[in-house]
Design a protein around this ligand. Sequence first.
Ligand code: RTP
Ligand code: MG
Length: 140
Amino acid sequence: MATERTLSIIKPDATRRNLTGAIVDRFEKAGLRVVAQKRIKLSKEQAEQFYGVHKERPFFNGLVAFMTSGPVVVQVLEGENAVSRNREVMGATNPAQAAEGTIRKDFAEDIEANSVHGSDSAENAATEIAFFFSSDEIVG
Ligand code: RTP
Ligand code: MG
């Protein structure tokens, strides 16, 4: 199994409720290592670009407003099969459908304010990591 990296975002609903540490604990207990991390406030332009794939979706404007409503913590997570492992720990997009013991089941407020983002493929992870971090900011 290959060591992989994925891009994680702890979303504004979670930073607002001081859940950063509790969420990082879930990642670390699942064998993922935080190899880069920063707390930032996304601009509207950054959020629109990051979620550009959803531009035509009815929830796009709400999503951009939500993601810019407060600080986020962006992270690079590293580990075996990091992309799929992270998404397992996160749980389904809609917390009502998320499995027991997942971050979204335990912490998400609703389908939009769902506490975490994780890349959905290794290819997208590379693009998303480069969106936020330069290579010297990632220390494996
Ligand atoms: P993410 O990209 O944030 O990791 O989440 P995901 O893959 O599980 O879900 P995705 O389909 O990529 O949707 C991106 C984010 O948009 C918000 N959303 N709102 N109101 C809605 O129906 C709706 N659907 C999606 C969520 O914040 C979701 O994580
Ligand atoms: Mg997604």
